[in-house]
Design a protein around this ligand. Sequence first.
Ligand code: EZ4
Ligand code: CO
Length: 412
Amino acid sequence: MIIDRAEVIVTSPDRNFVTLRLTTDDGLTGLGDATLNGRELSVVSYLRDHVVPLLIGRDAGRIEDTWQFLYRSAYWRRGPVTMAAIAAVDVALWDIKAKAAGMPLYQLLGGASRTGLLAYGHASGQDLPELFDSVRKHLELGFRAIRIQSGVPGLKSIYGIASNATVETMAGVRYDHEPAQRGARPAEEDWDTRAYLRHLPTVFEAVRSEFGPELPLLHDAHHRLTPIQAAKLGRSLEPYDLFWLEDCTPAENQEALRLVRRHTVTPLAIGEVFNTVWDYQQIIREQLIDYVRSAVTHTGGITHLRKILDFAAQYQIKSGMHGPTDISPVGMAAALHLGLAIHNFGIQEYMQHGARTDQVFQQSFTWSGGLLHPGEQPGLGVELDTDEAGKYPYEQAYLPFNRLADGTVHDW
Ligand code: EZ4
Ligand code: CO
């Protein structure tokens, strides 16, 4: 099993995706997701210009060795571009190994630890009627856990609200948001922390009284709070029994979470923008979080994320892998195989992809009873239709950014 070909495929069916396809001398192919939302072409260059030439002629079976070689031989370590590129190679090699073994990847990772993966969807609304409608639509789609994002009176446009309301998917109509917008410049959104901290508990109170105490509810503060503001929010949401409060601070300063923990028992999830175990070292060891948000795609692949999650397991910290639409179907499949195999699975984020995306990527996962399953095809269970992919060339798109009322740039 020698790597014979390595192609970097960029396609933009509903949004931009970067996929690495490796082919071995005996004709097996493996796919890896390298999509970094809003910075896609930097990973394309990292792969095409610096990694692909090193892969040709390597033994496709040597996954750990290839990971260590790509990480250490670059000298410049870590970072989202590097780690997304390494992730794509790693996942493509796992795909090939599992296909060679004739097994779905989760079998190679130790076999299933559960029958399926609890997944949460994104409900949102500018106001309560819109939000309730969105929650109901998600319940109809079979979700058994739901993230709640709400507009804040006085703020025009904020993270997490479905501004275009609906997107067509294979399953019908998706009712959630897609933050990256096509165009030459990032969109500007506005933010007011005090207004948000006042408003959000009233939203959760209304949702609990409408939908009852049992439904697991989540919320994403999306890095916008200081530690003391995060502590206050966590405490004020305690009566509504959140499954988790996500990214309450940016957590680049890991010890900031100590202050949050001291003041609230609301469970915390962090890490979608992290890319190595070193970003987690302190918050795992000091048990400052409850869920690891990293995606396979952004954390050096299955090889590295598994090490993070095994470390987390020693502290009863569980997985909560990032699963927005900017994780491609290939990255989602990798998450599902890993999540099915590990013992400390917590929950999987699941935003459905658009219908065009599902045509570019032929997938074999299943969704039933609120649970995802990666399916029984050998490997990841995803194939890329290059003719379909070729119909959708790259389109520049950026994530938005925030400004406060006085014009200061704020975390988005
Ligand atoms: O903003 O994936 O929990 N999910 C999120 C996402 C991220 C986007 C960034 O690319 O925070 O919506
Ligand atoms: Co998030």
